[in-house]
Write a protein that binds this ligand. Structure first.
Ligand SMILES: [Zn+2]
Length: 238
């Protein structure tokens, strides 16, 4: 077995036996890591608290055949402001849940790791109206699942007639093919910025009806890809 160490964000944990946990993480080099943390549910565990979802850690593991084994954990950033504010916690848990569910196990993608750490740092500094939707649209783009925003996904028509968004078709649809969610021109523009990672342009807009539209469509598009709900994002809003 080989020992490795890596910077990673904790996505999710599961109980295992009496005292252990399985920890799912996204590492800077390896991408998804699944490892057993032994004894962490005992009160005196030295690294139990460092392995909570959302935490950014420096972790050392033995490489295993199915599951790796955590041997050491140091905190890099624990994001206390996110964890102590219910609304930010809901978003933070939604962010790690989407990474856990949407991103494949195959190999590490540093762009996803960087996106994940950046969005958590911004959320730690303060909540912003476009942060969650900006993350979700950018993640879809990085994963090769960007929506088609220039022409109808059914017939290819472009122009002013593109007034609806189809989550199943992953893009705009024209009036003739519309049986989907109405979308404003401003929302199309903001979603395009977000897919390109130009979050600052959206953040400068302030709160508006577009914010609600863009976030609802982002969640609907992610859930259409997953074929199920993102649980944390449907917890009560505060
Ligand atoms: Zn059409």
């Amino acid at each position: 077995m080989a020992l490795y160490s890596e910077h990673a964000v904790v996505l999710r944990t599961w109980k295992l036996g009496e005292a252990d946990r399985i920890v799912s993480m996204y590492g800077a080099q390896s991408g998804k890591i699944r490892a057993v943390a032994k004894g962490v549910r005992k009160t005196r565990s030295k690294f139990g608290a460092r392995l909570e979802p959302i935490s950014y850690i420096d972790v050392q593991c033995w490489k295993g055949r199915d599951l790796d084994i955590v041997t050491q954990v140091e905190s890099i950033e624990l994001f206390p402001a996110i964890k102590s504010d219910l609304e930010r916690l809901r978003k933070g848990l939604g962010i790690v849940e989407v990474i856990e569910e949407l991103v494949g196990d195959s190999s590490g993608d540093f762009e996803i790791f960087r996106l994940l750490v950046r969005v958590l740092r911004r959320l730690e500094q303060g909540d912003s109206h476009y942060l969650l939707s900006g993350f979700l649209w950018r993640l879809l783009q990085v994963e090769g699942l960007a929506p088609q925003l220039e022409s109808c996904v059914e017939c290819g028509e472009d122009g002013e007639g593109l007034t609806q968004f189809s989550t199943s078709g992953s893009g705009l649809v024209c009036r003739a093919h519309g049986n989907s969610v109405p979308i404003s021109r401003d929302a199309v523009k903001v979603i395009a910025w977000m897919c390109e990672g130009e979050l600052n342009r959206a953040l400068s807009l302030g709160d508006s009806v577009v914010r609600v539209e863009v976030e609802a469509l982002a969640v609907a598009q992610i859930e259409s890809q997953l074929n199920h709900k993102v649980k944390a994002l449907h917890l009560p809003s505060y």
